[in-house]
Design a protein around this ligand. Structure first.
Ligand code: FAD
Length: 496
């Protein structure tokens, strides 16, 4: 398709639509005209309240002032996710955004830690992790230390509705045109099969050279019109429903998300400045909507501010994320359930990839194939990381968890687990969103005990190792003392 791309049409005004419009316009500026169509009659998903650290790149590219962003979206700081009852009831571990300890040139910290643990003088891995120490103290600060061992990566929890409105304001200020209306039909080019125009209920039609399908789970263009098909991953990730319910804010705002396992899925708790986000994710094969609602209501951490809303979903991805002149972004391109807060990141990543391969001179099949290959790998890497949490459970008290423990998993994941279990080695694929520290924390948290550690961890004698472990613990503890509480940070920073 050799049409020069001048006019981009974004269908959908959820997080995906407005983030796509804002980033494309900011980077491509006057080289393209961008129109976003959204319907006031079709609600956005509007959950998406927890993020991961790469969202800071979006803010930087868009020139967003962080304090204003926190104020406008009622955001809080996220240092980690707590996984409670995932291995078995009563057991809890954290997946922080930081890396525990300090590594030497050829030996990662966890090998020293494994050796010290066997010798009986190591604390838990997380006692050497700055994000964990800060969150346990309920504290946060923006550190200006240049020591890489004291990096404290963070993300945000925010009100998805407010975030959408904020991105819309930014997009429109950049020059994105907004059209309100419901798309009822799509005009295709009979020869090329490309999309030419979107027809609205009002009779208006919007023509474009390139279409970004951000229509949510409907996948109006990519799925319904172009029929690219869907790769269903529900045999690995069987949760297919969620109940979302806001409650009153807590007296003290924790700087982390909680993910609490229950008989047929898990429950989220997400702190915001003005309320607390609560929700239950479950598999409808193992739990009815009524049971889920009771479970959620029985486990709220504060007073409800409304009734629960049921959201149905299917885990998997579009077989092609780019087809003809349509690129699916956000829920229109797939969904992997919210356990590790990756969906908004996948929106960001899709747009960064599109900018890399932007078809200024027309859509080329080889470029489309490359885009699809990279999207596919990314989705599969995230999928494997999510399956890990379910597969390695030892909760033998419900059919759901027994089935999860027994399921066959992708070879790529089996290999990673085996290599870690045998020698404590962490395999991180190229471009994997999740760092070695992430894999380490979840594998340990889910009960994998490596049989061995790297021989270089023997380079210190026992008393040197003891000193090293103590010094590492102190190194990580020191910055916490000077931090303010998370609530004080939010108050002072947002005021400024
Ligand atoms: C239970 C749950 C929890 C989640 N939690 C997280 C989380 O913690 N972190 C995270 O990163 N992500 C999370 N997500 C995912 C996140 O909410 C979405 O990825 C994100 O909001 C993007 O959604 P979207 O914009 O693709 O779709 P939507 O929000 O569904 O928006 C679709 C848009 O398309 C428009 N539209 C649809 N059809 C038409 C039509 N015919 N004509 C005109 N307009 C139309 C609608 O009006 C709407 O504006 C969660 C999702 C679920 C289901």
């Amino acid at each position: 398709m050799q049409t020069t791309i001048k006019k981009v049409v974004v269908l959908g005004g959820g997080t995906a639509g407005w983030m796509s419009a804002a980033l494309l316009k900011k980077v491509l500026a006057d080289r393209v005209e961008i129109t976003l169509i959204e319907s006031d009659d079709i609600a956005t998903i509007g959950v998406g309240e927890a993020t991961i650290p790469p969202i800071q790149h979006v803010n930087r590219v868009l020139g967003i002032d962080e304090a204003e962003f926190l104020r406008e979206t009622c955001a809080t700081i996220k240092l980690a996710i707590e996984f409670k009852d995932w291995l078995q009831e009563g057991q809890s571990y954290f997946h922080t955004f930081s890396a525990a300890g300090q590594s030497s040139a050829f030996c990662q910290f966890h090998h020293y830690w494994l050796r010290a643990k066997r010798a009986g003088f190591a604390k838990t891995l997380w006692d050497y992790d700055l994000n964990y120490l800060a969150l346990k103290a309920g504290k946060f600060a923006k550190l200006e230390i240049r020591d890489t061992r004291l990096e404290m990566p963070y993300a945000y929890h925010f009100d998805a509705g407010l975030y959408g409105a904020y991105l819309r304001k930014i997009s429109q200020a950049l020059g994105v045109s907004r059209v309100e209306g419901r798309v009822e039909d799509v005009a295709m080019n009979q020869q090329t099969g490309a999309v030419e125009k979107l027809m609205l209920a009002s009779g208006e039609s919007i023509a474009g050279d390139l279409f970004i399908d951000c229509s949510g789970m409907r996948g109006l263009l990519l799925q319904q019109k172009l029929g690219v098909g869907f790769e269903d991953w529900s045999h690995w990730l069987p949760c297919d429903r969620a109940l979302a319910m806001p409650t009153e804010r807590l007296a003290q705002t924790p700087p982390y998300t909680r993910a609490i396992a229950h008989a047929a899925g898990w429950q989220w708790q997400i702190p915001l400045q003005h309320r607390h986000g609560n929700g239950l994710v479950y598999s409808s094969r193992f739990m009815t909507d009524e049971q889920a609602e009771k479970k959620l209501r029985d486990n709220l951490c504060s007073q409800p501010l409304g009734d629960p809303r049921v959201i149905r979903f299917r885990t998997g991805r579009a077989r092609q994320q780019w087809h003809k002149n349509v690129i699916g972004v956000g829920l229109a391109s797939g969904f992997l359930e919210p356990l590790e807060s990756t969906s908004i990141y996948l929106v960001q990543s899709a747009i960064v990839r599109l900018l890399k391969y932007f078809p200024h001179q027309g859509v080329q099949p080889a470029v489309v194939a490359q885009y699809n290959r990279e999207s596919c790998i990314e989705y599969e890497q995230v999928r494997d990381f999510l399956i890990l949490h379910y597969k390695l459970n030892r909760r033998e008290n419900s059919d759901f968890w027994r089935q999860m423990a027994d399921m066959a998993i992708p070879d790529s994941l089996r290999h990673k687990i085996d290599v870690f279990a045998q020698q404590g080695l962490l395999l991180r694929e190229r471009n994997d969103l999740f760092t070695e520290s992430s894999w380490l924390q979840v594998m340990l948290g889910q009960g994998v005990e490596p049989c061995d550690y790297h021989p270089l961890a023997q380079a210190m004698d026992k008393s040197q190792l003891q000193g090293f472990m103590q010094q590492t613990e102190l190194l990580k503890q020191q910055p916490v003392a000077a931090m303010s509480t998370h609530d004080d940070f939010l108050r002072n920073y947002c005021k400024a």
